[in-house]
Design a protein. Structure first.
Length: 402
């Protein structure tokens, strides 16, 4: 007899006050999409008093989309009522984003719980230290949000040194700004068999499991136990332009992504709601906001924008690093003071790998063209180590299609 395609979640358990374990059993087709049978999370707060229906949210936020695409039902004992509604809405949103895939599978529960008595009008902001989250912080600074940083997303759990750097940097940022940093370490990415998921579903408009499905819902869901303990009734998640933003809607064909207003803005549980922040700004607008903030308030601000380097710092030579450096320069800010360095081999390697800079999507291409326009008015002096770098940018034709 064919095994039933389903996932059964055990009741979540907290150990040592701050470690959360959710064991689950898979059977049937869905099994091949998991590498481990326990979802794990560790935070720097005591979460023993969090109700089980809230403790299940981090695991469910990451397991549900797998079940939906594999058409498997999910069995749980208890579920938060608001979260259940959110999941049903988000499932429909994914179906609209990816009409060529089918999102099936239901949540079967024994009890619905209402979690109402914890909101203290606090907020939380996911904070990686990059352009998006720093801009979101600048705009929400009056709310004094808790800063939430996740280990296990772009920096793998195995990367110790990189994590240490990010953690220290974000601790420092929190301290300077009178904020409280919260750290979440989780196998939420590595417990999945991402390569099997990509093999079966990265097609028909869906570009990769992490970026296309998991990034928004899976990351934000991790904050549920902390939101309960700290009384956060609002979670901010920075939008990633280029992934999705208003100008992306207006000027370019939008590419469906796992971070999308129809996903995060519909996510909620208990009394907590989620907002995708700074949707109205393009990446260059955001760098403009940051440059102003650097000049007025925080001359030592450090940026971490690079995903090429898993070591928690900017590689300083990929297209994204260079674009950010150039864009800071075009705002009259010296990148060397903010997490980048001018490497004497950089220009050489840019010339050699010119294709990396001139075969870009329309969004990045138009950013470079705008940077050129602004740089012309804000060129660094001849004795600046960025002088030749800027000259090269001005001379390069970033428009590869004519
Ligand atoms: Zn880089």
């Amino acid at each position: 007899m064919k095994k039933q395609n389903r996932i059964v979640l055990d009741s979540p358990k907290v150990k040592d006050g701050n470690k959360l374990y959710c064991q689950f059993n898979c059977s049937g087709k869905v099994s091949k999409y998991f590498k481990e049978d326990t979802f794990y999370m560790k935070v720097n707060a005591n979460i023993e008093s969090v109700p089980k229906s809230i403790l299940a949210i981090p695991a469910l936020s990451n397991i549900c989309p797998v079940a939906w695409l594999a058409g498997a039902d999910i069995y749980v004992e208890e579920i938060d009522g608001e979260f259940l509604k959110a999941l049903n809405t988000i499932k429909k949103s994914f179906q609209v984003l990816y009409p060529k895939h089918s999102f099936k599978g239901d949540i079967k529960y024994k009890r619905i719980k209402r979690n109402k008595r914890y909101g203290k009008k606090k907020s939380g902001l996911f904070f990686s230290g990059g352009v998006d989250s720093i801009t979101a912080y600048i705009r929400k600074q009056n709310h004094k949000p808790y800063l939430l940083t996740v280990r296990g997303a772009d920096i793998p759990l195995s990367e110790k040194e990189g994590w240490r750097k990010v953690r220290d940097n974000n601790k420092q940022f929190a301290k300077e700004n009178g904020l409280y940093p919260l750290f979440i370490e989780s196998n939420f990415r590595s417990f999945l068999n991402e390569s099997n998921l990509n093999k079966d579903y990265s097609k028909n408009g869906l570009k990769g499991w992490w970026g296309g499905i998991q990034h928004g819902l899976g990351t934000v869901g991790l904050s549920a136990p902390l939101a309960f303990i700290k009384g956060m009734n609002r979670i901010y998640f920075a939008s990633s332009p280029g992934i999705i933003s208003v100008d992306n809607y207006l000027n370019f064909t939008p590419e469906p992504e796992g971070s999308h207003p129809s996903i995060e803005n519909n996510l909620k549980w208990g009394v907590t709601k989620v907002t995708l922040e700074s949707m109205d700004l393009s990446r260059l607008d955001k760098i403009g906001v940051i440059a102003k903030y650097i000049k007025k308030k925080n001359p030592n601000l450090q940026l971490r924008v690079c995903w090429e380097s898993k070591k928690g710092s900017n590689c300083g030579k990929c297209e994204k690093c260079t674009r950010t450096m150039a864009s800071l320069l075009s705002e009259g800010v010296n990148p060397s003071n903010h997490g980048f360095r001018m490497n004497k081999n950089l220009l050489q390697s840019m010339k050699k790998n010119k294709k990396l800079f001139t075969r870009l999507n329309e969004n990045k291409e138009s950013q470079w063209i705008m940077i050129q326009y602004k740089l012309r008015k804000n060129l660094p002096d001849k004795d600046s180590k960025y002088y030749n770098f800027c000259q090269w940018i001005l001379k390069t034709n970033f428009r590869h299609k004519s």
